[in-house]
Design a protein. Structure first.
Length: 196
């Protein structure tokens, strides 16, 4: 009937179950990698059925990537009159460790995505893209504020800003990253692309 709203079928999704599945997944992947992770083991550790897991995530790979998102620091999306200051705060947020298991998981994940185009695509969409987009938005504001040149290559500038952070976290295993590092990176990029 017009004006009526339809209720969704079934019970509301239980976030506590989602949390148990994610935590179990992170534990299994940290020990065995995505290739070695088994849904049976994740189901056992989380205390749910395989059907419950597959009802929430279409594949093991998607579940593992979604679980990885929970190890990432929350993006700091400060919005002030000074994009340079916001960019420093943004990189400082990327420099923090949201979950101790992150240290073991990220290197495993990076190793596995090189052999799996599907996994690489999911990784780019779910983990790599959000910080890049947030950083690009700050740079766009910096151009509008005439802090950076109008012809700044935003994609390259994003690489130069977030690249060192991910290098330090993934390759050097730097946790936490030195507090002054985000400011040094931003200073270098602002100098390279400064408005004349």
């Amino acid at each position: 009937m017009p004006g009526t709203t339809r209720r969704p079928r079934g019970r509301p999704r239980d976030r506590a179950i989602d949390k148990r599945i994610v935590e179990a997944t992170l534990g299994v992947v940290a020990e065995r990698g995505i290739a070695g992770a088994a849904i049976d083991e994740i189901a056992l550790r989380s205390g749910v059925s395989k059907a419950t897991i597959y009802g929430r995530w279409p594949s093991k790979e998607v579940l593992c990537i979604e679980a990885m998102r929970h190890t990432q620091p929350l993006l700091t999306t400060a919005y002030s009159s000074d994009p340079r200051t916001d960019c420093i705060a943004f990189l400082a947020g990327l420099s923090t460790e949201a979950n101790g298991v992150d240290r073991r998981l990220l290197p495993r994940l990076i190793a596995e995505i090189s052999a799996s185009p599907d996994l690489a695509r999911i990784f780019r969409d779910k983990i790599a893209a959000p910080p890049r987009e947030a950083c690009a938005a700050i740079l766009t504001r910096a151009i509008a504020a005439q802090q950076l040149a109008a012809d700044t290559d935003i994609s390259l500038a994003v690489d130069l800003l977030v690249g060192p952070i991910f290098y330090l976290r993934l390759i050097e295993g730097a946790f936490p990253i030195e507090p002054g590092t985000p400011r040094k990176i931003v200073d270098a990029v602002w100098t390279a692309f400064a408005a004349s």
